[in-house]
Design a protein around this ligand. Structure first.
Ligand SMILES: Nc1ncnc2c1ncn2[C@@H]1O[C@H](COP(=O)(O)OP(=O)(O)OP(=O)(O)O)[C@@H](O)[C@H]1O
Ligand code: NI
Length: 323
């Protein structure tokens, strides 16, 4: 009945081995991104948003280990695929843009060349045509005088301009999925809106699904069709955006929304949510990682979490959800 999603993440668990113990960063994370839709992943710092993205992209820190899960893209499980298979897909079918475009770009290669590299490698563009196509792409992401700008180095461009270049690189091969990890953090508000519009417009043009990782509930509400809320490495709620705001079912989501009345605050500084994320190295981590902060905790909250698939279209991982 339901169509095949652009990306399906199921049961993803990741642990990092560190000197001070094992960090259980993700536990059984699941979500699906329908084709052409935007899914926001929101959560406090340390909740596991970036680790989820890195695991799917195959760029986890070597200390990180995927201990369970699948990430299905176009019939291929990225987590079980060979390095060659992943290399063939990354940049072509799934691409990522990062918070700090300046460090993600190659500092010693003109930006036009960097875009041309991707076009040759991933979009089957003949080498001769690549430079002109790179200039076209720079124009498409709203860079004025793109012919001249193509010859510039990243340090010669503003942060907003570098992010446009990153977007041009990410979208060069028209991937079916884009992961944008805090793509506008550090940019001024006007540039933020322009960049988000740009990503939205380009996604629409090529029918691309977008995973938008953010601290900013307001931005998520404006831009996403669906919101996944993470807490301490768990997906605790997943619902269509309007539904999530109208009827939050997990006590943590309700706290988040209450703490941000016009949904305008950023989750970066959630001083008003009592407690902190538990230390993910703890050996006695509770089954519900929110239990120790939760005003609705029941005795049986320490038992296994209910399957996070309680209600179709609206997933909540809680034994005592709001109705
Ligand atoms: N290389 C690593 N070694 C050990 N622990 C790590 C490593 N990378 C991430 N972690 C841990 O994994 C957990 C999730 O981190 P992650 O970066 O995904 O959080 P996040 O939700 O993206 O936070 P932020 O909003 O600050 O970017 C954190 O507890 C973090 O300390
Ligand atoms: Ni992050």
């Amino acid at each position: 009945m339901t169509a095949v999603p652009a990306l399906l993440v199921e049961d993803l668990s990741v642990a990092f081995r560190t000197r001070s113990g094992t960090v259980r960063a993700l536990e059984r994370v699941s979500f699906a991104v329908p084709k052409s839709e935007t899914l926001a992943i929101v959560g406090e710092s340390g909740s596991g948003k970036s680790v989820t993205a890195y695991a799917v992209m195959g760029i986890l820190d070597p200390a990180g280990q995927i201990t369970s899960g699948r990430a299905i893209l176009g019939g291929l499980d990225l987590l079980a695929a060979t390095a060659d298979q992943v290399a063939a897909v990354r940049g072509r079918e799934i691409a990522m843009i990062f918070q700090n475009p300046r460090t993600a770009l190659n500092p010693i290669r003109p930006v036009g060349r960097q875009i041309a590299d991707v076009l040759i490698r991933h979009a089957n563009v003949p080498r001769r045509e690549a430079p002109d196509r790179a200039v076209e792409l720079l124009r498409a992401v709203g860079i004025t005088d793109p012919g001249r700008r193509a010859k510039a180095y990243p340090f010669e461009m503003s942060g907003g301009m570098c992010q446009r270049v990153m977007i041009a690189i990410a979208l060069a091969a028209k991937p079916s999925v884009l992961i944008a990890d805090e793509p506008t953090t550090g940019l001024d508000v006007t540039t933020q809106a322009v960049i988000m519009d740009l990503i939205g417009d380009l996604a629409r043009d090529i029918g691309m699904a977008t995973i938008f990782i953010t601290h900013d509930l307001a931005l998520a509400a404006q831009r996403a069709d669906r919101i996944v809320v993470m807490h301490a490495g768990h997906v605790i709620e997943n619902a269509p955006t309007a539904e999530l705001f109208a009827r939050p079912r997990h006590p943590y989501t309700a706290e988040l929304i209450a703490a941000t009345p016009d949904a305008a605050a950023s989750l970066c500084d959630l001083a008003s949510i009592p407690g902190a994320l538990p230390d993910l190295r703890r050996l006695d981590l509770p089954t519900c990682r929110y239990a120790e902060r939760c005003p609705r905790r029941l005795a049986d909250c320490d038992e296994a979490l209910p399957p996070a698939l309680a209600i179709p279209e609206h997933v909540v991982a809680c034994r005592n959800p709001l109705s």
